[in-house]
Design a protein around this ligand. Structure first.
Ligand code: BGC
Length: 758
């Protein structure tokens, strides 16, 4: 421990220490003037800075200063580009420095378990690897500017309904492989200064006092060194929270629990050392922020506005482009339809809401274009149909070369605080798209939404461009993509199902119950759809380009490895077109172990890289895969384990389309020691050659008895057929004793077990 902090802790009274463990107001840590302990400010993001305007006379926590709004988390994940995400983090870090903010409250790193979660726009993906890598890049960017982050909402926070009190019931393997994995990657790779615990419970324990997750896993297993703060108002039992490793309560509860904590220390219920540990981490955070503060930092909002446009451009996902209707040519007569063209939906609602200075609408970006006609057609804020607007747009569509409909979810349909009821767009939008498609063959739909929507008209339109919530530069970015000034290169960080009912979480999501059973286990998103072969609208990882990419030879530098070794996977990518563009190369791993006892997804993402290719350029892309690409979480072992066997390493276009694959045999350096008992079955014992040899005489004796017609009714033997192997397959050691008509004894079995386990 820092000597300065150690000596401060010695000087603090018990009351002062306790007071430090809660904020001083909505956004600040507590100051202790007599000891020179300053107060620092944290503030929301993470799509930009949401700093409360401290000059507001009414102290309105929702009145925040003007800031730059970058694309939402879902967009950043769709870029599949960690360098890009890092650059957003850097920009936000600069803003924080200039505004003297100690840490930004983000990134949000929860898994999109259902397309209906109200905060999906604030989260990255349904896949923990993509989530973790994206979060790690964002954290790296912000923290490179000497400003902290708060990785949130840790963990199991995957819906908004009853968000303070629901209990996420998640089995251990699923917790480790899906809901903790993204946090684990981000913590290990980027050491966020802080982690924010979630509101909910996990497996019966409120996250704000969940010692197993906040301390045993986060700190002891993963090596997290920073501070844990509560989500706003998430504290339940402050005494238990301190003992569990929840250092800082936010916001201030105005000493609601101080007396309880003081009594608990005095009464011996809470170890003062635990309190000191929390204080130490708080002081460490405060002084780190102060030491890293740069009072000369500048925040150039105009420059960042341009950056926001560029970032948004990189996140656009082209989902459909029949007959190359896109890009639009400069001399095409185009009709734009939809309220969103004028009033874009570019950010999500709730605590991440940025007070923007400057928002580019699509119409703004098209100013002065004489080939453009605009008809509103429908409102961007409601589902009300205005027949006059609607009919004018459909009539105008007849005369246009191409029609672009700007559709999306109104602000109030998707926000922190509540979940969506369904995956639908407003009916008026579905109707107008269908009616326009009936009179014009070149309809392009541009979507502005934070999470998947149903597209009943998908087959009727020529092109679909998913722009998600593109931040304040959305208009310019969209026009660039539509007119081919840039080449779309985003990929879906989540599956777009055909119907929400097809999702694995459908039955156990939200609903009026406090216990949310994660019964689908690890089969979330594409892990489920590929396993069940359920058709989807667009798979995870999907996205098109104006370029045409092909893949050349794939190679692996080994076909056998131990789990402490790595394999390098290499593939050539070629841009066959005349248009420069970026391809996202994706690597997945599929276990190819026929007699596996592990339930597995068909394939899991293990790597991705975005590469820029000039026309007709070829580049070689390579990935290093280590144990984490092959391991599953073994609950008996309490650790990650690679089941020995063959694994297909696959270069894919998306989660459903494999381009090429090679097999690597992977085995653990320290094979799991099998322990046999009375219930061990023949087929498992025989799979292990050494054990099989030892047990063979025992089972041979049993088989002889079984076939010995003198001892056993002939018809019984016949009833099982002559296929002894089939009968034996499921026989346990004790079955063999019980059914051997006295030929095998309990003692025989005990002796055999002793030999097997030796
Ligand atoms: C949200 C957090 C946010 C905090 C502060 C909470 O309601 O869940 O994500 O950082 O408020 O605004």
């Amino acid at each position: 421990m820092d000597t300065k902090i150690r000596s401060l802790i010695k000087k603090l009274t018990l009351e002062e220490k306790v007071s430090l463990c809660s904020g001083s107001d909505f956004w600040h840590t507590r100051e202790i003037e007599r000891l020179g302990i300053p107060s620092v400010m944290v503030c929301d993001g993470p799509a930009g800075l949401r700093k409360q305007n401290l000059e507001d006379e009414n102290g309105d926590v929702n009145n925040s200063i003007k800031a730059v709004c970058f694309p939402a988390a879902v967009n950043l994940a769709a870029s599949f580009d960690t360098d890009l995400v890092q650059s957003v983090g850097e920009a936000i870090g600069e803003a924080c420095q200039a505004e003297n903010i100690a840490a930004i409250l983000g990134p949000g790193n929860n898994i999109k378990r259902s397309p209906l979660c109200g905060r999906n726009f604030e989260y990255y993906s349904e896949d923990p690897y993509l989530s973790g890598k994206t979060a790690a890049a964002f954290i790296r960017g912000v923290q490179s500017k000497g400003v902290g982050t708060s990785l949130k909402h840790f963990c199991g926070n995957n819906q908004e309904y009853r968000r303070n009190s629901y209990d996420s019931r998640i089995d251990e393997r699923t917790l480790r492989e899906i809901y903790l994995k993204g946090f684990e990657i981000a913590v290990k790779e980027s050491q966020p200064w802080t982690v924010m615990c979630a509101y909910n419970l996990v497996n019966g324990v409120q996250m704000s006092q969940n010692k197993r997750i906040l301390t045993d896993i986060l700190r002891d297993e993963w090596g997290f060194k920073g501070l844990v703060m509560s989500d706003w108002g998430a504290v339940r039992d402050r005494v238990k929270g301190i003992a569990a490793g929840l250092d800082l309560e936010m916001p201030s509860s105005y000493a609601a629990y101080d007396a309880l904590v003081i009594d608990a220390v005095r009464g011996g219920e809470l170890d003062e050392a635990d309190l000191d540990t929390c204080v130490e981490r708080i002081l460490d955070f405060v002084f780190k922020a102060v030491d890293n503060h740069d009072d000369k930092a500048v925040w150039n909002k105009d420059e960042q506005h341009l950056l926001a446009r560029d970032i948004a451009t990189e996140c656009v996902v082209l989902l459909k482009n029949e007959e190359r209707v896109l890009p639009i040519k400069n001399d095409d007569h185009v009709l734009f339809v939809g309220g969103f063209a004028k009033k874009p939906r570019f950010q999500g609602g709730g605590s991440s809401h940025i007070n923007c200075m400057n928002v580019d609408s699509v119409l703004y970006a098209m100013q002065g274009n004489s080939k453009l006609v605009y008809e509103e057609g429908f409102s961007a804020v409601s589902d009300e149909r205005d027949d006059k607007l609607f009919n004018r747009a459909v009539a105008a569509a007849k005369d246009a070369d191409k029609v672009v409909v700007f559709a999306g979810l109104p602000d109030s349909w998707e926000s922190e605080g509540y979940d969506r009821k369904n995956m639908d767009l407003p009916q008026v939008q579905n109707d107008i798209i269908s009616d326009i498609a009936a009179v014009n063959d070149h309809v392009i739909v541009v979507l502005q939404n934070g999470s998947p929507v149903a597209m009943p008209w998908a087959d009727k339109v020529s092109a679909i461009l998913e722009t998600y919530l593109g931040g304040e530069g959305v208009g310019v970015a969209t026009v660039r993509a539509l007119y081919g000034k840039i080449n779309p290169s985003g990929r879906l960080p989540e599956t777009f199902p055909l119907r929400v009912e097809d999702c694995s979480s459908y039955i156990d999501f939200s609903g009026d119950c406090e216990e949310i059973e994660y019964r689908e286990g690890i089969f979330v998103g594409y892990r489920y759809f590929t396993k069940k072969k359920i058709p989807v609208q667009f798979p995870f990882g999907y996205g098109l380009s104006y370029s045409t990419f092909t893949y050349g030879r794939m190679s692996c530098d080994t076909d056998t490895m131990k789990d402490d070794e790595t394999v390098e996977v290499t593939v050539d990518v070629i841009n066959e077109s005349n248009i420069p563009g970026k391809e996202v190369v994706q690597v997945y791993v599929e276990a190819d172990i026929p007699d596996t006892r592990i339930r597995r997804a068909v394939r899991q993402l293990a790597g991705f890289k975005k590469v820029f290719l000039e026309p007709h350029e070829k580049k070689t892309v390579s990935f290093i895969l280590d144990k984490s690409a092959f391991a599953y979480y073994d609950t008996k072992l309490g650790d990650w384990y690679v089941e020995p066997g063959d694994y297909k390493v696959e270069i894919c276009k998306n989660a459903e389309e494999v381009i090429s694959s090679m097999t690597v045999n992977v085995s653990p350096r320290k094979p799991q020691k099998r322990v046999y008992d009375e219930n061990s079955v023949y087929m498992d014992i025989m799979k292990d050659p050494a054990a099989g040899k030892i047990a063979a005489p025992f089972f041979e004796k049993f088989a002889a008895t079984f076939l010995d017609s003198g001892k056993r009714d002939e018809s019984a033997a016949e009833a099982f057929g002559t296929d002894l192997e089939v009968y034996l397959r499921d026989t346990t050691l004790r079955n063999a004793v019980n059914m051997s008509l006295g030929d095998l004894t309990y003692k025989d079995m005990k002796e055999l077990l002793e030999k097997l386990n030796r």
